[in-house]
Design a protein around this ligand. Structure first.
Ligand code: ATP
Ligand code: MG
Length: 260
């Protein structure tokens, strides 16, 4: 049986909500369940690339080369994909992606650059996870055009609401203009500290506000082990296989498996 891979963009223009950490860890648990997974780093900060143990400054080829104007660059013979990192494949990023964003502003067919670039490898993967930059700019836009689904990490702090209307407007615009079928795979409350009453209140508010928009996944607990594991350049499960957040990550993965 063949089925189309799901391309999931982890998107929230708010910085530091745990997008890159989640991309790596959800990818890890998807591959653990025998899915073939590609992670795509669309952030010039290259956090995901670094978390996965790759040094961006040493790379000859990154996602930038995939997006750049063919006229300014030699033809790309092969996609820059690093294989078998904790069972995952990675298309890395580096800081020069920010210059590419500027050069693409007036480029032809820019919106579909990532989508077109991924099409030759789509059949090789069950899941492609795109880690978006924390902005509503072009790199996020072309990520959403390439996606079948969007997953929204949302911090369980009251300020998280401020940006969400803008985020949903962006999704609506992408649907209207370039990707009618884009679906919302849900919201993942992050950095949740059950000891803080404010977090519990915000979690309830998130459920109330967004339940009609998409599935509200269980919250990812706040834990320094996330920071420690990325510092060690490994997924949380490799760093501490008995960590309590692992059950949460696994249950989200089960939801992603069955979504249409
Ligand atoms: N559940 C968590 N508990 C505690 N710290 C976390 C958790 N998830 C991520 N962090 C830490 O928070 C910081 C931001 O995480 P991350 O880089 O994944 O967020 P991001 O949304 O991708 O950020 P950016 O917007 O800059 O791309 C990192 O230092 C990371 O280690
Ligand atoms: Mg990030």
């Amino acid at each position: 049986m063949s089925h189309m891979s799901r391309v999931i963009a982890l998107f929230n223009q708010c910085g530091g909500v745990g997008k890159s950490t989640l991309t790596m860890n959800l990818g890890y648990h998807l591959q653990e369940r025998s899915h073939r997974v590609l992670l795509v780093d669309m952030d010039p900060q290259a956090s995901l690339t670094i978390f996965m143990g790759i040094e961006p400054e040493k790379l000859n080829s990154t996602v930038r080369d995939v997006l750049a104007d063919e006229d300014d660059d030699e033809e790309l013979s092969e996609l820059p994909i690093h294989k078998g990192l904790h069972g995952l494949d990675l298309m890395p990023s580096s800081i020069d992606l920010s210059a590419t964003e500027l050069s693409l502003v007036n480029a032809d067919m820019r919106d579909v650059r990532l989508k077109d670039a991924l099409s030759p490898v789509r059949d090789e993967y069950d899941f492609i996870l795109i880690d978006c930059p924390p902005s509503l700019g072009l790199l996020s836009y072309i990520s959403l055009v390439a996606a079948t689904h969007i997953l929204v990490p949302i911090q369980t702090q009251f300020k998280a609401f401020e940006g969400t209307n803008l985020l949903l407007k962006t999704v609506a615009r992408v649907r209207r203009r370039s990707n009618r079928g884009l679906k919302i795979a849900g919201f993942i409350p992050t950095l949740f500290d059950a000891r803080r009453s404010q977090d519990a209140r915000t979690l309830e508010a998130i459920k109330e506000r967004f339940a009609a928009v998409g599935l509200i996944h269980p919250p990812i607990p706040w834990s320094t082990s996330f920071a420690d594991s990325v510092e060690a350049r490994v997924p949380l499960s490799v760093y501490d296989s008995s960590h309590k957040a692992i059950a949460v990550l696994k249950s989200i993965v089960l939801d992603l498996e069955v979504m249409v």
